[in-house]
Design a protein around this ligand. Structure first.
Ligand SMILES: [Zn+2]
Length: 175
């Protein structure tokens, strides 16, 4: 039995006792989250969320890519979310390589160069990466300025979230 077959079997048990068919499409808590896909992050559990509460947009690194922005715009403008959260985490795989190295390795092993993905978005500074993602959201002209965008690093050893304060720009208040 493949892993997928095991998962499908688990779904049959899940559906037998299913009681969530009444949920509405818009997230009940009006929250949208961009988080890393890392298997150790159970985003709902770490934030006390239930099915139907929030949009959770996940990719390698918790990066605000063009596609994540697309989802956030739909999340807010069509489905009413009012607060955004970015979650990166300690021991992230994206800290372990560099875009150019991975590209070179893949080109070598496959013998093929490609036009996509343009970036893998590997990074070396976790907090700086979170700040950059917050800035990408905040600077988008279709994301209203009044939407709070907060960033966090989740510690995979303790389960705790640590908030990342916004950039050190010249005009930022001290303290
Ligand atoms: Zn990660």
């Amino acid at each position: 039995m493949s892993i997928t077959d095991q998962a499908i079997a688990a779904n049959q048990a899940y559906a037998k006792d299913f009681k969530l068919g009444h949920l509405a499409m818009p997230p009940a808590r009006k929250l949208a989250i961009v988080a890393c896909m890392d298997a150790r992050l159970t985003v709902e559990q770490m934030l006390g969320l239930k099915t139907g509460d929030a949009h959770i947009i996940r990719n390698a690194g918790g990066i605000v890519t063009e596609d994540a922005i697309r989802s956030l715009i739909i999340s807010h403008h069509l489905l009413g979310t009012q607060e955004f959260v970015i979650i990166n985490h300690t021991d992230c795989g994206m800290l372990t390589f560099k875009d150019d190295e991975l590209r070179a390795k893949l080109e070598q092993t496959t013998g093929t160069a490609t036009i996509a993905p343009v970036h893998f978005h590997a990074f070396s500074d976790l907090e700086q990466n979170v700040r950059q993602q917050m800035q990408r959201v905040k600077s988008h002209p279709w994301i209203p300025k009044e939407i709070p965008v907060r960033g966090f690093v989740y510690d995979v050893k303790t389960g705790r979230l640590g908030e990342v304060k916004e950039g050190r720009t010249a005009s930022a208040p001290v303290g």
